[in-house]
Design a protein around this ligand. Structure first.
Ligand code: ZN
Length: 323
């Protein structure tokens, strides 16, 4: 019951004047404290969520997880994701609320802009049907925040479709990622693979070797690889023993799963993929798989080269060891 009252109060906050009072009593940054129940999608640290105090029914927002004040602080990947959410929001507003036009309103933080309360940049996607919104006339709303979430989540498959068409049509190819991984080989010429946990499985269900996308280009390839190995194996690798084995350009697709919509969201990506080799590894018993890994398994190179669960790219690297 309390939840229903809260929802109604939120729905009417803009027109009742409660909004100003609510903001005045908020101690912490609301956008650093987003609630899962209002979220629709999340990718690359950007969240697409329902607006709790919308100007009009159906309004959604893109909010960076990081507390940043301005788009200039965003990474290219974050900014690119906001661009994609802009596209998806427009499509979904039309499908959920029948409104074809949308305003995109980027709010920067900072008291200079007369915004003493919200210091966390965010982007409003506002359904726009009549010019009265130019005067900031707040509407009498039909739906509470959770009713709006429900309305959108019922369109989960359409979200996935919009995501797909964006990836197919509009994704710019100039955003290149860098990934680094390691082939760890023991004295019996066996290679260490990771059986990924259910929530982290690739499609198709490939095995992986430890490594991943570089988050911090300032830090350098080897320190980033060391960090990945620490996170994935709970093991401190001696970087001096790593030797560069292979560099490839990878173009492909990986799956991003939206737990909010319960949909797979395929993402096209391009990587410069750098693979290192560590020979004669002998501290097997000290390895301890991380959260995304269900099991560690050792496989001979011959076996791996025949396995359908090893990617062609990884086989290319394994072949370089054999030669
Ligand atoms: Zn914040």
């Amino acid at each position: 019951m309390a939840e229903e009252i809260t929802q109604e109060m939120m729905k009417n906050a803009r027109t009742s004047g409660d909004y100003d009072r609510i903001w005045a009593t908020r101690g912490k940054c609301v956008f650093c404290d987003l609630k899962d129940k209002y979220i629709l999608m999340e990718e690359n640290g950007i969240v697409l969520t329902i607006s709790l105090y919308p100007y009009i029914d159906g309004q959604v927002m893109a909010v960076p997880r990081r507390h940043v004040r301005s788009p200039k602080e965003l990474s290219r990947r974050e900014w690119e994701t906001i661009r994609k959410f802009n596209y998806i929001a427009k499509k979904m507003i039309r499908k959920a609320h029948g409104i074809k036009s949308m305003w995109t309103l980027l709010r920067e933080g900072g008291v200079e802009a007369g915004m003493s309360v919200v210091d966390h940049m965010h982007v409003h996607y506002i359904p726009f049907d009549r010019s009265d919104l130019c005067q900031w006339d707040y509407r009498q709303l039909k739906f509470t925040p959770l009713e709006n979430v429900d309305r959108y989540r019922q369109l989960a498959e359409k979200f996935a479709k919009a995501n797909h068409s964006y990836e197919e049509k509009y994704k710019h190819s100039d955003l290149l990622n860098v990934a680094v991984d390691a082939i760890i080989m023991d004295k019996k010429q066996r290679v260490l693979f990771q059986e990924r946990a259910e929530h982290a499985k690739f499609k198709p269900d490939y095995l992986s070797v430890p490594g991943g996308r570089i988050d911090d280009a300032d830090s350098g390839l080897l320190p980033e690889l060391k960090r990945e190995l620490r996170e994935e194996l709970n093991y401190e690798i001696n970087a001096d023993k790593l030797q560069l084995l292979n560099t490839q350009i990878y173009k492909g697709q990986y799956q991003n799963y939206s737990k909010y919509l319960q949909q797979e969201m395929p993402i096209n990506s391009q990587f410069v993929w750098v693979t290192y080799l560590l020979r004669d590894f002998e501290n097997e018993e000290k390895l301890n798989p991380g959260d995304d890994c269900q099991d560690l398994l050792w496989m001979s190179i011959d076996e791996a080269l025949k396995s359908e669960r090893v990617t062609p790219g990884l086989k290319d690297s394994l072949n370089k060891i054999v030669k």
